[in-house]
Design a protein around this ligand. Sequence first.
Ligand code: 5AD
Ligand code: SF4
Length: 479
Amino acid sequence: MDFCIDLKNIATEELKNVDLDRVNVNCSPPDFEPQRQYYFMAKCRQIVKSERERLGRPLHACNQVFGCQMNARDSEKLAGVLVQAGYQLTDSEEHADFVIYNTCTVRDNANQRVYGRLGYLNSMKKKKPHMKIALCGCMMQEESVIEKLRKSYRFVDLIFDIWRETDRIVEELPVNRKYPYKSGINIMFGCNNFCSYCIVPYVRGRERSREPKEILREIEQLAADGVIEIMLLGQNVNSYGKNLEHPISFAQLLREVEQIDGIRRIRFMTSHPKDLSDELIQVMKESSKICHHLHLPLQSGSDRILQKMNRRYTKEHYLTLVRKIREAIPDIAITTDIIVGFPGETMDDVEETIDVVRKAAYDNAFTFIYSKRTGTPAAAMEDQVPEEIVRPAFDKLLKVVQDTAKERALLLQGKVMEALVEERNEQDASLVTGRLSNNMLVHFPGDASDIGKLMMVSLDECHGFYYTGHAVEQEGPDK
Ligand code: 5AD
Ligand code: SF4
């Protein structure tokens, strides 16, 4: 084999076409990105290859993700790197030579899940000691976690974290997408909002936006690869582009994305109410591709609590925003996140939240019990609410959320809508599952050949959070 390729001389656009088996890894690594990443992939590939030859079988990597859509996207990049490094991917830890967990730490139960899974991995590693275990993601940014792992989870082989205080973004990494027809795209990283309960700004660093041309190029490539639905990802997409050298608004970015041929549906996540502009509402209204779904986290409906949360909007401002959006786009679905049990919260505050749920008429809401995150301002607040007080308030809110969502869902029963078929139904193989523009799911008779197609489906029966129905045409109208 001729190890003649020196990555220092390869242009970034060419990296994806380089035969990594021919890269010279005996020289020093490039000191610039992404060439440096490809160098290490090539190096790892040679090690994996010799292991493969020694064992006479392929090496398997199990790449599991916890947490949000952004983590899911990061894990697709990890999968891309693992494949380049010579691994075959597997969903099962049992068959893996290398296990990597991409962790979440937004609430403590996410951490507990990882510790639980590590216990299981420990017993597995006793049976196959060669298995390597790696951890990455938000949880690994916390010093207390690292200490605990060092002390009590010594069987973990590798922990890697995000560059501290970085303002850099590495473009052009390989990606192994989970779905052929849809994809997430990071448009920004980090968060500058410092909501007082939230650990994200500490673990994900400062807000930084990708250059629009990089985003558009990535989407064009995805479209050429058969992707028809994209989701633009960021902790607060409404402040996208403000800090770029040539500032651009999120609404302007959406206008440009809209022009890309082949993309039929555009989604985005997450919007902060304080930054949602009239321009964005206008673009959504005019667009034929942006899905009629907006995730608009409320967190609380009480002005007093919102202020303590450092959310920088009031109940009235939020409700006015919802009214404006519903007026501009009457069939839009609005979903939200709500926290119950924030320090100092009383039943009166929760009633304010319930009032917003009724008035905003959410199509769905994710309700969370407040989780104390070390290092955040809220963790130091004195009036933490005990679990036995939070629970009944949470249950009361949940009931209203569910009733409201059911009422909303019922409004569409009997309508014909376009659905993107995502997969075979897990319970019933004669059905497929499609996602509507408003993010609701519909199950209807179909087969594997429908996956990835836009189809018109009659929503015959509403079952609260999903529909059952039947296809009425082969494929939805061209947009
Ligand atoms: N406790 C409970 N929920 C939280 N979230 C963020 N931090 C916390 C916390 N400390 C919720 C918010 C956010 C969602 C992703 O997670 O509702 O919108
Ligand atoms: Fe956390 Fe607030 Fe940033 Fe969302 S906007 S990631 S809740 S700090």
